[in-house]
Design a protein around this ligand. Sequence first.
Ligand SMILES: CCCCCCCCCCCCCCCC(=O)SCCNC(=O)CCNC(=O)[C@H](O)C(C)(C)COP(=O)(O)OP(=O)(O)OC[C@H]1O[C@@H](n2cnc3c(N)ncnc32)[C@H](O)[C@@H]1OP(=O)(O)O
Length: 218
Amino acid sequence: MKGAPDQQWNVPAGENSQHEGGFRADLAVTTERGGPTYGEMIEQVRLFMDKVRYASPTPALADEVIEDLKKLNAKLDTMLVDEWTSPSGTRIDLPSRGNITLPPYEIRDGGPDGVDATVTFRPFHLGGNGVAHGGHVAIAFDDLGGMAAALKLGGVARTGYLTVNYRSLTPLQKPLALRTWVERFEGRKYFVRGTLHDGDRLCAEMDALFIALKPGQA
Ligand SMILES: CCCCCCCCCCCCCCCC(=O)SCCNC(=O)CCNC(=O)[C@H](O)C(C)(C)COP(=O)(O)OP(=O)(O)OC[C@H]1O[C@@H](n2cnc3c(N)ncnc32)[C@H](O)[C@@H]1OP(=O)(O)O
């Protein structure tokens, strides 16, 4: 990778790392990893991505930003941990559990009957003509559909298939209601439905199959 030729991303899990199989079968939720300002750090990164999406820098400014980013990347290089112990994805007090790759959402209610969340697509989730990219809508459905399955089965599931029907345009920068629920299950197969609304207007619907992982399964 340019700028980081020797970077080892797949940091091996330490002895104290809690995991079973290749997926996070035993999710260790936390509100402390990364410290009290981790959420603000993630928010600043999202804000930066918003600005990058819309900025048209001069060559001089682009060079300046590159130098600044190299310094920031070098700082984080000193603190890389394995995926099982990183704060990202486990900080239940933060939007999208602190996972920078997900559209930021807040859980309003969640349990075996389903998940009721508010998701706000950012300016950097732009698809075109001021509205969200459909792929980002699918990511939100995947994570929150997976959460509905997880809360129903009391374990972790992987997506078998996920279909999104885009019914109307999905706005950016506006809290939207995203709901997911297990419609039925047969053995390890959890059939999950979802809806995304802007007020009363249906933006998109999801129809998905999540398959419960067996103990130790990747
Ligand atoms: C608020 C606090 C919250 C705390 C709580 C946090 C929760 C935190 C939530 C995180 C949520 C993340 C959610 C992201 C989830 C991903 O994004 S996962 C990544 C995307 N998915 C993948 O990469 C999966 C790739 N596929 C696979 O690994 C394997 O195919 C699977 C899914 C593990 C299944 O393999 P398998 O265990 O060998 O099972 P297999 O026997 O093939 O299939 C089982 C059954 O499913 C059926 N099946 C399998 N695939 C399909 C398919 N595509 N279509 C139809 N049927 C299928 C089979 O026919 C079989 O049916 P039956 O014969 O039993 O009737």
